[in-house]
Design a protein around this ligand. Structure first.
Ligand code: NAI
Ligand code: NA
Length: 396
């Protein structure tokens, strides 16, 4: 069928298989162009199908010739109905990895469940024996707790006071005022259960107890800090509490991994257009200003540039891994540069519906958003018939 984007709110209901494949190929080419990284060889990526997780899988495979197992939660296609983009991305990734002679298998299911953890352990035992790196890159609005059976929902709210600031509807370019009432304790607790560190630790405990973590195994999860303008709703809001918890969990996991000489890291990454971030109020306006400024300075990066730099220059540089005063790796260093943030403040105060296409990179935002779903890429014939019924070779 001919597949076109069908937007609804923060998501696109369709995805383009050949476009998603092109996206993956572009990321692979980028990583290959940057040369070999002396990184991990057997890598598990949890949240491997889109965004930072996909970039991590690609960087491991095509930067360090790693065998990878990818875990994700995506919708497969059916007759006349496209899959979610992560499905097509993963299919393309496996095809390219196999062409390059690299081991790559995937598991599609709820990473929060005991079943998927066990399935992953069984696959590692059968195929790889042990793994030496676990990348934890889940972004989910809900989590079914595997012990209590309770379905928790995360929320994006400020804490302690009502938040009111500018936001943009990136489809229409309309800048408006958004007001968000503060979270209650239950909201905070739920968000921490979904996006905090508990599940990350459960994964590492399960893998360690099963004996599938190699000596010296490391694990990394991704966090965000961001600027003052988003602080009340992000870092000091409910999601920030979850990130505090995630960051604190890294120290607990490092303790657990001492007997294996292993270590847990958190990397603070740059704000980028992904399915997860486009749903957060205020962030799209910030990102469109940030893109404009970083592109003008020649320091703009997407997920693949961020992760390639994280692996090459932080994790596997051969030197001690540099961290901040809270033990975090900072690959948001260019976003957080004082001159960049000063410029954002000035533009933020000025931004209106009338001037945003001028002072911000709304076009770049929209382009990246379309690209997430495989649309708007070069070298893809969007007028041609697509085969939506793509299979992932390792998933029966
Ligand atoms: P994303 O939405 O692109 O990727 C989420 C991944 O999690 C996908 O592979 C999806 O299939 C998987 N997933 C979701 N629920 C699942 C479940 N129940 N079971 C198995 N897999 C599941 O998100 P993105 O933006 O790459 O986020 C990854 C991490 O990076 C998050 O911790 C996020 O907070 C962090 N981060 C994101 C930033 C951004 O601006 N996008 C900035 C800094 C950090
Ligand atoms: Na991801």
């Amino acid at each position: 069928m001919i597949i076109e984007p069908r937007m609804r709110g923060f998501i696109c209901l369709t995805a383009h298989p050949e476009g998603c494949a092109q996206n993956v190929k572009n990321q692979i080419e980028y990583v290959k162009s940057k040369g070999h990284i002396d990184g991990a060889k057997k890598v598990l990526v949890i949240g491997a199908s889109t965004g930072f997780g996909l970039a991590s899988r690609i960087t491991s495979a095509f930067g360090s010739d790693a065998g990878t197992i990818g875990v994700f939660f995506e919708k497969p296609p059916s007759e006349g109905k496209t899959a979610t983009p992560g499905w097509y991305n993963s299919a393309a990734f496996e095809t390219e990895a196999h062409k390059a002679g690299l081991y790559a298998k995937s598991i599609n299911g709820d990473a929060f469940s005991n079943e998927v953890k066990q399935q992953t352990i069984d696959l590692i035992k059968a195929d790889l024996g042990q793994i030496d790196m676990v990348i934890y890159s889940l972004a989910s609005p809900v989590r079914m707790h595997p012990v209590t059976g309770v379905l928790h929902r995360s929320v994006l709210k400020p804490i302690g006071q009502t938040f009111s600031n500018k936001t943009v509807d990136f489809h229409t370019g309309l800048v408006s005022q958004v007001t968000i009432e503060p979270a209650n304790q239950e909201d905070i607790d739920n968000t921490v259960v979904v996006m905090g560190g508990e599940d990350w630790k459960m994964w590492i405990d399960a893998l360690k107890n099963a004996g599938v973590l190699a000596n010296g195994a490391t694990t990394i999860a991704y966090s965000y800090i961001g600027p003052e303008v988003t602080e009340a709703v992000y870092r000091k809001g409910t999601i920030g509490r979850a990130k505090d918890d995630l960051e604190a969990t890294a120290f607990k996991i490092t303790d657990d991994l001492k007997s294996l000489n292993g270590k847990a890291y958190v990397s603070v990454n740059k704000a980028l257009v992904t399915q997860a971030s486009s749903a957060i109020p205020v962030i799209p306006l910030y990102i469109s200003l940030l893109y404009k400024i970083m592109k003008a300075e020649g320091i703009h990066e997407g997920c693949i540039e961020q992760i390639q730099r994280l692996f090459e220059q932080r994790l596997y540089s051969g030197k001690e891994v540099p961290t901040d005063e809270k033990g975090r790796i900072r690959i948001d260093d260019w976003e957080m540069r004082e001159d960049i943030q000063e410029k954002i403040k000035v533009l933020w105060a000025k931004a209106t519906s009338e001037n945003l296409t001028e002072i911000g990179d709304l076009a770049g935002y929209k382009q990246d958003f379309l690209n997430l779903f495989g649309f708007g890429l070069n070298n893809v014939d969007y007028k041609a018939e697509s085969n939506e019924l793509v299979t992932i070779s390792s998933i029966k």
